[in-house]
Design a binder for this molecule. Structure first.
Ligand code: AMP
Length: 220
């Protein structure tokens, strides 16, 4: 394993991207840049961006490209991302965002775009039992036997259901994924950067496939 990498993880909401990104960021020693986490932290802090984003997020919509590109460009310009690389989670989500990202990263291009492939029916099932730590973003699966309040094993924060994990918002996000995000798969395929990884297996099995895909892409 060579530390450092510039990665994008694509995939439907609920495909397990968040969990795998946390593991990949530790494995390759790169920052995990999740636009969803950045927006949720703006919501908690009550910033102007947070107030605007909350409405959009709760309805399962997408925050405007210009705003998202500004946030990501600023983050990628920090020292850790410039020197070690990064793993992008939840960005790009539209072709407009992808084209702008190609421009921003022209000098240091992305190594590989991983598409974590999980069918829609399965992600619907997974999202309804998904719980997340509001402080560190660790994901959990609810079994119904948890103590309430549920405390995060990693940081001691509160584990809860996301406000946007309601059936209506989930369906809207999945529709938007098919409309706006799935064309990115073709975009990166044409650029020769895409590797599709089967995301249906166990978390450990999927992680092994993902790291193997990154290592293979860097040898090739
Ligand atoms: P996520 O945690 O990636 O599922 O993101 C949660 C919500 O944040 C999404 O449903 C969108 O409303 C918003 N969001 C996150 N990333 C983006 C992005 N790249 N473009 C637009 N909206 C985004």
């Amino acid at each position: 394993m060579i530390p450092g990498a510039r990665l994008i993880l694509l995939g439907r909401q609920g495909a397990g991207k968040g969990t795998q990104c946390v593991r990949l960021s530790r494995h390759f020693v790169v920052p995990h840049i999740s636009t969803g986490d950045m927006l949720r932290s703006a919501v908690r802090e009550g910033t102007e961006l947070g107030v605007m984003a909350k409405q959009v997020m709760d309805a399962g919509g997408l925050v405007g490209d210009e705003i998202m590109i500004g946030i990501v460009a600023e983050r990628l310009n920090r020292d850790d991302a410039r020197t070690r690389g990064y793993i992008l989670d939840g960005f790009p989500r539209t072709v407009g965002q992808a084209l702008e990202l190609d421009r921003i990263t022209a000098e240091r291009p992305i190594d590989v775009v991983l598409d974590l492939d999980v069918p829609r029916e399965l992600v619907l099932e997974r999202i309804s039992s998904r719980r997340v730590c509001r402080d560190c973003g660790t994901n959990y699966i609810a079994t119904g036997r948890e103590h309430v309040p549920w405390i995060c094993d990693v940081c001691g924060g509160d584990v809860m259901q996301r406000d946007d994990d309601t059936p209506d918002a989930i369906n809207r996000r999945l529709d938007l994924y098919e409309e706006q995000t799935s064309p990115l798969i073709e975009h990166y395929e044409k650029l020769g950067r895409l590797v599709v990884v089967d995301g249906v297996g166990t978390p450990d099995g999927v992680f092994t496939l993902l790291t193997a895909a990154v290592d293979a892409s860097r040898k090739g």
